[in-house]
Write a protein that binds this ligand. Structure first.
Ligand code: SAM
Length: 215
């Protein structure tokens, strides 16, 4: 998702109380930002943030961080956030590739990848959020028993991930090619893209990933 440039978006984000401006300062001490020791869960590529804000409303004892690299997209999330009474969610306007600069080893309990950009060309494979390069980043920040949840309607990206993730030494604990007609759908929170693509009749794929036994 890349919206046209919105004048003032950077300034709004730079002064928003909901966006952590210098995340590197909080590496290893995110519990102080939230004022508690609750588990931390991150959505990488949150878009307008419907999913992660709904999770934050449902689970007050979990701390959420939404990551979105485009200010024009994050701006939409901030508009939605302003109408909510929540103290367990913040946003970062960063490229997820740099996450290990902002989170200490084991500091993150769960990572959500929802409808990540598919980057179908082979020469762009390293940009996929389930590529070995990105899995290596998650490896640096995820707790030992942490998990990654990945949803997409893009069968090419899903099939690639089914192969690439075990090759990178991770374990796919569960997967489905049709989430909404699967037992894995219990408690499912829809994302903006999920709503859009499932209403067009596209089946939604999901996998749950954990560390392999040698990780
Ligand atoms: N997760 C949302 C959903 O399911 O509705 C949005 C999906 S949208 C297709 C993917 C989003 O991920 C885009 O807003 C894009 O800017 C963001 N994104 C992609 N790569 C990223 C990266 N490396 N770091 C941060 N955000 C990224």
């Amino acid at each position: 998702m890349r919206l046209r440039h919105i004048p003032g978006a950077e300034e709004t984000i730079a002064s928003s109380p909901y966006v952590i401006q210098e995340p590197a300062l909080h590496k290893g001490s995110w519990n102080q930002v939230f004022g508690n020791t609750n588990p931390i869960e991150i959505e990488v590529g949150m878009g307008k943030g419907r999913f992660i804000m709904e999770l934050a409303q449902k689970n007050p004892h979990i701390n959420y961080i939404g990551i979105e690299r485009y200010s024009s997209v994050l701006l939409r999330g901030l508009q939605k956030r302003a109408g909510l009474e929540l103290d367990n969610i913040y946003f970062l306007c960063i490229d997820a590739k740099a996450m290990a600069d902002y989170f200490a080893p084991g500091e993150v309990n769960r990572i959500y990848l929802n409808f990540s950009d598919p980057w179908p060309k082979d020469r762009h494979a390293r940009r996929r959020l389930t590529s070995p390069d990105f899995m290596a980043v998650y490896d640096q920040i995820l707790a030992r028993d942490g998990v990654i949840e990945f949803k997409t309607d893009n069968r090419g990206l899903f099939d690639y991930s089914l192969e690439a993730i075990p090759q990178a030494g991770w374990q796919i604990k569960a997967h489905t090619f049709d989430l909404h007609h699967s037992p894995m759908n219990e408690g499912n929170v829809m994302t903006e893209y999920e709503e859009k693509f499932s209403s067009m009749g596209n089946p939604i794929c999901k996998m749950v990933i954990s560390r392999g036994c040698h990780r």
